[in-house]
Design a binder for this molecule. Sequence first.
Ligand code: ADP
Length: 514
Amino acid sequence: MATIMNSVLEGMGQAQQHHETNQGYIMALDSGTTSVRAILFDEFGAKVAQAQRSISIKYPQSGWVEQDPIEILSRQIACMIEVQFKSGIHSDRIKAVGITNQRETVVVWDRRTGQPIYNAVVWQCRRTASMVDEIVEAGNFDLIRSKTGLIPDAYFSATKIAWILDNVDGAREMAETGELMCGTIDTWLVYNLTHGVVHATDYTNASRTMLFNIHTLDWDDELCELFRVPRIMLPEPRPSSGNFGRVSSDVMTNHPPISGVAGDQQASLFGHCCFEPGSVKNTYGTGCFMLMNTGSDAVTSRNGLLTTIGIAEGGKVSYALEGSVFQAGSTIQWIRDELGLVEHASETGDIAKSVPSTGGCYVVPAFTGLGAPWWDSNARGVICGLTRDTDRARLVRAACESMAYQTYDILKAMEADSGNALTSLEVDGGASNNEFIMQFQSDLLGIPVERCEMDETTALGAAYLAGLAVGFWEDHDELVSMRAISATYEPQMDERTRAALLDGWHAAVRRTLA
Ligand code: ADP
């Protein structure tokens, strides 16, 4: 192992060798929906090693999505062990552990045995949609929206927990007498990694449960009653950077502290150093996930965006507006798999650049309806503005552009809701490697788009939270000074062209509305 590490370090040059002997490392656990990972970061925020395992997903019925909590835990632990052996960096040099995770997914377990009483019910699961409809129809929309910042939906944790209590034999009685515990994936990991010593969550994860009052920063009795979740089973909510106990020595001999916890999108916001109000990140993956830091204001959106806890660190809480584009990279998959226009997603950038414009053609990928700011679940997609010149390249270009237009609409809604003018956009995710899309995004928004050199901003955010808590890094300034931008796209489009393109896009969107 030492030999491998030495050659890696030689390859990385002197600076790395210097700090290899210096301060140590932070381990970030990234517990996602399709895989779990453990990543080691050095004091410069550089990724030194990682281990990864995939996680299986079960679909027991149409619309139901489950995972095995023991599989998540044991594969996460396997990664923690593998990354130490792989790198030759063992727990005596790992100063802290940070956790970031898929949000909203819940586990319920027996307080006495620690055994889950049911599979994890995953964020995508729709089984409680009618439960949410009933609660909303009974007139609770405003109550839920004002306390949690969320728009009531089966996506969030509350009804998933209630479902388990209603459907596992004897569970509701056990929950009421305090014999059961529950939590999101962060809580499940912390509980088990600390050997049952700490039953806690962080404010960002708590803010996605629909049981947490984002203004008082505590569980809300009225919401617990409404969703029929006994408060006694809930974890203790804590700031994202601070004490979450120590990893038990079964897993890491020197039992380092767990000192950072945040939901994936919020960890990414932190990893991008979006510390100031008005700063925004967008992750271009299968969907797009945007978060705008709104500082101490919990802004209520007039456009159907969610209000959530963005950053809870350094003794204060920053709120955020959250919006997502349902069909982003998936539109590229569609032109690849259903239309057969390309073989690989990575070809789309060059193909799009090969023509000067789409010639007035727009693709609006409202495959499953439109989200913010339109909110029409019956909308369906269109391709419009076809002429005899519309060819493969122009269609590919229109599909690429649709990602940027949809992002534009949400960011403009965020600006309007918050009163913050965007100054730049921080980006990551698979499709952020498409230079054409990033340039077009910058042109539409009229601001620079910056892609961070680090392609693991989510894990890095968890590492930052953990490292700040133990003094591994000093403050935000130090994190900002380490930031390396791999590409900046500056706006180049003139105002008239931009306005004309946007008019065309909005006309196309209107054609999709039901
Ligand atoms: P996720 O985390 O949601 O799985 P990733 O960040 O891995 O997503 O990004 C993968 C998505 O991005 C896929 O939907 C793919 O079609 C799209 N994608 C990947 N590379 C490119 C590219 N160069 N141009 C456009 N889209 C891309």
